[in-house]
Design a protein around this ligand. Sequence first.
Ligand code: UD1
Ligand code: CA
Length: 454
Amino acid sequence: MDRLSVVILAAGKGKRMYSSLPKVLHPIGGEPMLARVIRGARELSPERLIVVYGHGGEAVRQAIPDEDIVWVEQAEQLGTGHALKMALPALPAEGSTLVLYGDVPLTRSETLRDLVAAGGEGMAVLIDTVDDPTGYGRIVRGMDGTAVAIVEEKDCTAAEKAIREINTGMLALPNSQLAGWLHALGNANAQGEYYLTDVLALAARDGVRTATVDVAHGWEAAGVNNKRQLAELERILQRNNAEALLDAGVTLADPARIDIRGRLEHGRDVAIDVNCVFEGRVTLGDDVQIGANCILKNVTVAAGTRIAPFSLLEDATVGADCRIGPYARLRPGAELAAQVHIGNFVEIKKSRVGVGSKVNHLTYIGDTSIGSKVNVGAGCVTVNYNGVDKFRTTIGDNVFVGSGTLMVAPVTLEDGSTVGAGSVITRTAPAGELTLSRARQVTIPGWQRPLKKK
Ligand code: UD1
Ligand code: CA
């Protein structure tokens, strides 16, 4: 693919989304549609990547931080032909141009590669054959079977309306001819627009070869005009994700009930129960098992770890052979070594937990470092915040923290220390000793409960 440029048309308003977010920024698979189209285009290593934007321009540019993109504004949406014309000054005189739509997010890169290859020195159109061609441009073929024109639905004769071969909108075009063709476009048609599709007839007129490439799956050419279509494509994307995981050996309790909004990498013998959501970059090592209803965002989980149902993990690292959950919450900066147990209703934030340590019930650990073989009892809290500043708690190796303990940071529990249940620890708990702070229990003999008067 030498000298390939890609132009993504993304100036449309997206009125039917009923949203203040520009259409091409609506997320699919956890990223803006346009970002996904750009990612797909990049797989072809184009020398230039141009986005034609219009409606919501600033928001669109801000949402796509890629520095090498050439942004071209189309202030008025006068048609797809006009949109590509706006990009002309940014296109080199030689090579070819692939035209994509910012609201057609699921086209496979293989398909785009085939389209560009079929274009060669000439022109190629990505087409589909559908049962209901309503709304699409129809592919009109000459006596010898070559494509000679694309006719928009509103301009079709009755005979053309019956054609089931449709234009998906994606085209490969020779740059050497492009300026001439785009300047020749008129808008004397049913919609008063400059149709990019009219270049096919110009190519045929000029004796330029016009190839067609059939799209392998209908969803590759499906566009998003409303929330219903967005939801349909999201399901297709997730089904494709699930099938890829199954093909790679991951066990899924139900391929219809998993959502990947980013990238999921995995080892062997990984099993995922229903209704799990994976966001950002998630890596699961060999033999990892994820229970039902878990959410993992930017998380690395090492081999052999089990995450029980209803756990929420975000920006966290989990070592090998850990037991997490059910109902565990790992917040950003949680780093667990191997063989750690984190139980129900335990929250860990910006803290390291050493090998073999257990925090099993109803506990908050924040801004803390916990050594190895530590046991934190039920209902403990690191009191890390005085309303202004955050302070650290340091817990050494082999520490036993009794249930219901408050550790008022900054504070240290030295190696081998034991803290009695119900303590409020404000000073160092020395190594190897039992420390407790607890009011002595008293019993008032003969005390009587007050009685209600009748
Ligand atoms: C277009 C094709 C039609 C094809 C269909 C496939 C034309 C004339 N028609 O029709 O043959 O079957 O797509 O979905 O090309 N856009 C701009 N600026 C504009 C107009 C459109 O950037 O001035 C962008 C839109 O944001 C969108 C894409 O171009 O991403 C297609 O525009 P749209 O209005 O949806 O074209 P259709 O009428 O559906
Ligand atoms: Ca459309």
